[in-house]
Each structure stands twice: as C-alpha cells, then as structure tokens.
Design a protein around this ligand. Structure first.
Ligand SMILES: [Fe+2]
Length: 380
C-alpha cells in the first residue's frame, strides 16, 4: 500500500508563507522535514539562531575529519581506509603514489571515484581514460581496472553496496539541464590501451566480494579486449561540466544539486553559482535537522562559504536530527553577500541510513567541531 504522508499546510503566528524568503524581521528560519527536502516540512521563525547552544553533550554529534592527515598510500583500493559506512554505502579515502601493481575488481557494488588531487591513466576492461582533479568516475560492479598516477593522487571512493549508480530524474528542467548526458565520457580502445596489452607478465586481479578479497592470477594481462559493444560502461564527468540550478529569488535546497542516485543514498555536487539577488531571499543554507538523512560533505576546492575553519580535503558528518546551518561568520551575511557568487566545490553524500564512523576517521577527527557554531570561537 502506498505510503501517503500526512500533509496539512498551516500558518501560525508571525511567519513567512514562502520558504527561505521574507523572514519576519530579526528571525532565523529552521526547516524540519520528511524525506530530505521532498516530504512535508515545517518552517520555524526563531528569535535566536537554532544552533546557538552553549553546551552539547551525548552521542548525537556533528563530526569533522581532516582527511589530509591520512598518510597511508596503499597500492590497492581495497586497502584504502574506510571512513564511513553502512550496509548500503561505503566511503574510503585513498592516496595512491605509484602505479597499481595489480588489477582491482569490485564485486560488491558500483564504485564511484572522485578525484580530489592528482591525475592518472585509467586502464580497464573497456579501454583507457585519462583522469584529472574534479572527475567523478563510475565503475560498474565487476569492472577490472587499474590506475597509473602521474604523481600523488588523493581520491574519495564511494561504493553503492549491492547496488548501482543512476542519474537523477531532473523533473521540470529536463534531461539536459545541470549537465547534459552527452558530457559523460567513456574509456576508449586507443593506442595507449593497445600498447599496455604488450605487457604480458603474470597479472593478479584483486577481487572484493562480500568485503573479502580473492586473488585471480593470470599468466597474461587480462585487459586484452580488442573491442566491445553495449550500453554499459564506466562513465566520467568533471565537476567543471556541472551547470548548477539556481534561482535569483529562492535558495534552492541541496537536492537540486544531485549528481548520482543509489537506492539508499544520493551524491550531490556543490559547484560555483551566483548568490540570490532578491532582497528577501536568504543567501546562505537554511538551518535544518534533516531528520531522515545522515549528511556527509567532502570539501574539494574553493572558499567554503557557509563553513568556518574548514579546508579542502576535510569531511563533515551531520547525523540525522542534528540541527545545523551556516556558521556565525556566514550567518552574518544571510541577506547580503559581499561577493557575487560562490566559488566552492564540494561533494555531498546524503544517506538514508545511519553511518558508522571507522577508526581511520576517528584518528583524524577535529573534536572541537561541535563548538564551531559558537560566535566567540569563529571570531565574529
Ligand atoms: Fe544539511
């Protein structure tokens, strides 16, 4: 039987009737909503910032991890440290400073790589593809692949455990908005791919299946296809190809920036965009609890306009039910922004199920993050 949420539009007291705009003077808006930004929601107009706590105790806590401090650089992706995971998604941070000696194959789900730093050649069942910073690469479950980096690479790995990635339904704006599917690149059977086939040494394939590793050894290089056809292949899109949705009169919710969807989580991209210009529209993220989703943000590049004390390579986790919103310095620019546009690139993972924090993340955690919404700590 279809699940129909109870939805009763009401207005009580002094309130705006339009979300994220025309707030009663001197108030701070907080959204409480079902199903991320898609279900019934209530918008409160508070006299104080909803993150203005003087103390916060207990297990419900926001987290910030400085993944730049992870020094491990294993030459196999299945040895990269897990940062956050649950039954449906697994995130790892992988530094790679040399060519992978063995091939890799993920039998547990589609693998998304986000190239944070460095460039590389990808060789896989489907051919050769050159990778650069800002690339998202979707490797379908079962693809055999390896990387040859130019120098040190740093990658965020996101596995859709037991499932695959798809593109989102773009609704009113149609299939060619945000990025045209024609902007997706696929590997080629090119000269570089054919050339690597002449390396006929014994080759190992490290296969991850049900989180355990098996190794198949071939007396030749199994990346030996001379061609292929079909409608399944790895795809790549760079964040610079993203043309984000925005409205000059409405701060669009993060869901408008969805790049990939999996059954129990989504991957969104925050790319540079102009600030809203309508005087009544808020110009910063609105306070909210996101009561149904754990929210993860990985900061890739630029000036992270709503966050104080965050630098590229950090990751934050706001668990479901934790009220969050702009930090004090950003909040002071709620209605007037000094710059015409944001210049941040960040990757967001919104997970419908709670995420577990792995020891590698705990080891690089900034424990003071929960206090970062206090004005005195951010110097404003
Ligand atoms: Fe959020």
């Amino acid at each position: 039987m279809a699940h129909r949420p109870i939805s009763l539009p009401l207005v009580r007291g002094t309130a705006s009737r339009q979300a994220h705009a025309d707030l009663p003077e001197g108030t701070f808006e907080r959204e409480m909503s079902k199903e991320g930004f898609f279900g019934p929601a209530a918008f409160f107009y508070h006299r104080h910032p909803p993150t203005g706590w003087s103390d916060f105790e207990g297990p419900l806590r926001p987290h910030a991890f400085d993944l730049v401090k992870i020094n491990e650089a294993p030459d196999c992706p299945w040895s990269a440290p897990v940062i956050l995971s649950n039954a449906h998604v697994e995130m790892r941070m992988w530094n790679l400073d040399r060519a992978m000696p063995d091939l890799a194959r993920n039998g547990d789900g589609d693998q998304l790589l986000f190239i944070h730093k460095g460039a590389a050649d990808l060789f896989c069942d489907f051919g050769h593809l050159r990778l650069r910073p800002g690339d998202y690469l979707v490797l379908p479950r079962g693809t055999i692949w390896r990387l040859e980096p130019d120098d040190v690479m740093s990658m965020l790995m996101i596995e859709a455990t037991g499932a695959g990635f798809a593109l989102p339904d773009k609704g009113l704006v149609g299939n060619h908005a945000i990025f045209d599917p024609a902007m997706l690149d696929a590997p080629d059977i090119d000269g570089a791919f054919l050339a690597q086939q002449s390396d006929s040494r014994e080759t190992k394939v490290r296969i991850k299946s049900r989180k355990k590793i098996s190794v198949a050894t071939f007396p030749y290089n199994p990346l030996d296809a001379v061609g292929w056809h079909g409608d399944l292949s790895p795809v790549r899109v760079n964040v610079s190809a993203i043309r984000p949705l925005m409205s000059h009169r409405f701060h669009v919710p993060p869901s408008a920036h969805t790049t990939f969807v999996a059954p129990r989580f989504v991957v969104c991209t925050f790319a540079p965009r102009p600030f809203e210009t309508d005087p009544g529209a808020i110009k910063v993220p609105f306070f909210h609890n996101n009561d149904d989703y754990d929210e993860v943000l990985f900061y890739h590049a630029g000036d992270f306009f709503s966050r104080d004390n965050i630098h590229a390579g950090m990751m934050t986790l706001h668990p479901a039910g934790f009220t969050h919103g702009p930090h004090p310095k950003a909040l002071s620019r709620m209605l007037v922004q000094p710059k015409p546009a944001t210049d941040e690139y960040a990757v967001m993972v919104d997970s419908r199920d709670p995420l577990d924090i792995a020891p590698a993340a705990t080891g690089v955690e900034w424990s003071g993050y929960v206090d970062s919404w206090k004005a005195k700590e951010s110097g404003t």
